[in-house]
Design a protein around this ligand. Structure first.
Ligand code: MG
Length: 381
């Protein structure tokens, strides 16, 4: 079963680009993967162009060996762009393996460990009364894990950290009072804070107000997170930007991430994600997968979630955006069942792709919103 063709499709999907990869084999099996380097998809397409010549003709069943060759096949090994491209190919190769054996991917990863995949929901409401009302409505819909985010998804370009901290803290305290104690409540700061700012936010949170704090600061420095840990006892959810097990290692071994936010489309596909889940398992850390991309990402994440013992909740998209284009590209794709995904039984990833619809779609240049502090200096989106 030799790889006969690799195609990459960075295509506009209604509100953002998604980057799909199609791998074909000489016995007629086609697998699909998705890359997660959102906003820089053409770089991934270029990396796929570099991979294609040495992957064509290789045995598609040697997934682990191909992972090593893609990661270490140049002097400057690894890195976020490389692993984003690798992720898509790795996912496609697992899709092919499942189809070749007539089983879902989770069967090849040890079989399913749960009956369904529990998910968490994100409230994008503005922090304040709107957030509390939205979270109460989400609880009434059945959600038992609800996350706030920065509260200004479509709002101003100015981000005042101290003002944001005060407003978020008050809103979350009110939300906890309204939701009761059983709901898992968290907030994602999109790595906009400095250590001192994140500590100040934590100090405004009475014990038990929130159950996890996601990415209060940027992720490059385990030492910075270690400093924050000494000032804060709220569990951290970290890892969606990590591009390998080595990125995760200091956060797991250093007891810094309490929910491992593995992104299967960035970290290196199934091959790498399964290893990181096992690393987390050794420290009794649950995986909370990052899943904000397209249906191939979601399908792969579901297969991954099914096969690991240490899962908390899987993220779900959309964030109130129009995803009708997915209905054209993917006649069969994962569908949320209230607050959970079923574990699929179909071979491979369990999706169907309308190749004509994918090939007809075009790339569109898109930039994330920019954010500036009140003094005009730059901060993260
Ligand atoms: Mg996040």
């Amino acid at each position: 079963m030799r790889i006969s063709d690799i195609s990459v499709f960075p295509v506009w999907a209604g509100y953002r680009n998604i980057c799909l990869v199609r791998v074909a084999t000489d016995d007629g099996i086609v697998g699909w993967g998705e890359s997660g380097l959102s906003g820089r998809e053409l770089a991934v397409a270029g990396m796929i162009d570099h991979f294609r010549p040495f992957l064509i003709g290789k045995d598609a069943r040697h997934i682990g060996a191909l992972w090593q060759e893609m990661y270490r096949g140049q002097y400057f090994e690894g890195g976020r762009t490389i692993t984003a491209a690798m992720s898509a190919i790795d996912i496609a190769l697992w899709d092919i393996a499942g189809k070749a054996h007539g089983v879902p991917v989770h069967q090849l990863l040890g079989g399913k460990q749960r009956d369904h995949i529990p998910c968490f929901i994100t409230s994008t409401a503005e922090h304040g009364d709107a957030l509390v009302a939205d979270m109460v409505a989400l609880k009434e819909q059945g959600w038992d894990c609800i996350r706030a985010t920065v509260g200004d998804a479509a709002g101003p370009t100015t981000y005042d950290p101290r003002r944001a901290i005060a407003i978020a803290a008050a809103a979350l305290e009110a939300a906890r009072a309204a939701l009761g104690s059983e709901i898992c409540l968290g907030i994602d700061f999109h790595h906009r804070l400095q250590v001192a700012e994140a500590a100040s936010f934590c100090h405004r949170m009475p014990p038990g107000t929130i159950d996890f704090l996601e990415e209060p600061i940027r992720q490059q420095s385990p030492g910075a997170y270690s400093a924050l840990r000494q000032m804060c006892d709220i569990p951290f959810a970290i890892g969606e930007e990590f591009a390998s097990k080595w990125d995760f290692a200091p956060y797991i071994e250093g007891k810094l991430t309490n929910f491992a936010r593995i992104d299967i489309c960035n970290v290196g596909g199934f091959t790498e994600a399964m290893k990181i889940a096992a690393m987390a398992e050794t420290h009794y850390i649950d995986v909370m997968p990052h899943d904000p991309l397209g249906p191939v990402c979601t399908a792969a994440t579901i297969q991954f979630c099914a096969a690991i013992p240490n899962l908390s909740w899987c993220e779900v998209d959309p964030y109130g955006v129009d995803t009708s284009v997915y209905d054209r590209m993917f006649p069969k794709r994962p569908q949320l069942e209230t607050t959970r995904f079923a574990v699929p039984d179909a071979p491979g990833l369990g999706i169907e792709v309308d190749e004509d619809a994918v090939r007809a779609a075009k790339f569109e240049f898109w930039e994330p919103p920019r954010r500036y502090k009140p003094d005009g200096s730059y901060t993260n989106w």
